[in-house]
Design a protein around this ligand. Structure first.
Ligand SMILES: [Zn+2]
Length: 93
């Protein structure tokens, strides 16, 4: 019965998007002494990326990097900027 198959697929499909873990940074982004979170930028705030000194526009998915387990050290980074920062520090795998 093709109808049954379609129904099963429809039940799974909508789950795929909302269930996608939020806040989980890509594996390459993590390093010792830092905690990295991925954010969607949906809050509508503009941040200044410490890597390139450019703005991170609202709605731009990017990374929040917390260093030394200290929320005062939380910085918003463009994803590619953080990647090169890790490389610069010699922390990238
Ligand atoms: Zn940047």
């Amino acid at each position: 019965m093709p109808r049954k198959h379609r129904a099963a697929r429809e039940r799974e499909a909508p789950l795929a998007a909302p269930d996608r873990p939020r806040g989980v940074a890509p594996e390459w982004a993590s390093a010792e002494g830092v905690r990295v979170q991925a954010v969607t930028g949906e809050k509508g705030k503009t941040y200044r990326c410490p890597g390139c000194q450019q703005e991170i526009r609202p709605g731009t998915p990017h990374l929040v990097v917390m260093e030394h387990e200290d929320v005062g050290f939380r910085r918003h980074w463009h994803t590619p900027c953080w990647r090169s920062e890790l490389r610069r520090r010699g922390l990238s795998a």
